[in-house]
Design a protein. Structure first.
Length: 262
């Protein structure tokens, strides 16, 4: 981390910090953080940094901190800027304890600042990563979703490991106890999935269908077998790119001879 950057006055002087933030946020005119009125406010000489909104409906006094993460805090703005800079500049992350020592503030204040700053960056990154799904509510707002990296990692972990052999180490599972475990979990998954969908089949029958090749006699049994075949299909194609024909094929396998409206 560059020392000279930290020597910048905005990190040491609250007035300089305020001037810097005002120039940054109000480049196109002073904005009232309460009502959004632009360029129609009066400076209050007795209270440096405070401005009176001239909008008749508002008339509130505001500072540049209103509506930002720095709002309603007794910690001087220069310390806030320093904390934000340290957080963004440190590659390995920084602890509240380090922050407390470096900025000469209490541990409690350091913890509070980090919490607020992290929350704000999370919100910002979510906003940037959100994807619209093409549906609009009655007020015209788009529905959107966001799958941040940690969520993606968890979902992948689930995909790979929650379904028996899909992500298992083949060599460890091809012999002895591993084989028994694999067979059990492979039979368990289609059984559990079908059970969730309402199929009334016992585990014994499910295993006969899957491992002894017994033909399904009811629609429920068919469902169990279909789920098993779908899993085999997915396992065989797990490295192929996802395509519409592949999804249709999968759909066909899952629903074969189980639909009422054929
Ligand atoms: Zn206002």
């Amino acid at each position: 981390m560059s020392k000279s950057l930290l020597e910048n006055k905005i990190f040491h002087d609250a007035t300089k910090a305020r001037a810097w933030l005002e120039a940054l946020l109000w480049a196109d005119g002073r904005v009232c953080g309460y009502c959004g009125t632009v360029d129609d406010s009066t400076e209050l000489p007795a209270r440096p940094g405070f401005y009176q909104c001239n909008s008749k409906e508002c008339r509130k006094q505001f500072t540049v901190m209103v509506g930002t993460v720095f709002e309603r805090s007794h910690i001087p703005l220069n310390k806030w800027l320093c904390a934000a800079f340290l957080l963004s500049a440190s590659k390995k992350g920084i602890s509240a304890h380090q922050m407390h020592r470096m900025l000469g503030i209490t541990y409690k204040s350091a913890w509070f600042m980090m919490h607020r700053l992290r929350e704000a960056t999370t919100r910002l990154s979510r906003h940037g990563a959100s994807q619209q799904i093409g549906l609009v509510d009655s007020d015209g707002n788009y529905f959107s979703f966001c799958d941040p990296a940690p969520l993606k990692a968890t979902l992948r972990e689930l995909d790979m490991n929650a379904g028996g052999a899909l992500g298992a180490d083949d060599t460890a599972l091809s012999t002895g106890e591993g084989k028994t475990y694999l067979a059990r979990s492979l039979a368990e998954e289609p059984f559990a999935s079908s059970f969730i969908e309402g199929a009334a089949t016992t585990r014994q029958i499910a295993k006969k269908l899957i491992f002894e090749g017994r033909r399904p006699r009811t629609k429920d049994e068919r469902m169990v077998l279909n789920n098993y075949r779908a899993m085999q299909f997915i396992k065989a194609r797990k490295d192929d790119p996802l395509t519409i024909p592949m999804l249709l094929e999968l759909h066909k396998i899952v629903t074969e001879e189980t639909m009422d409206n054929r």
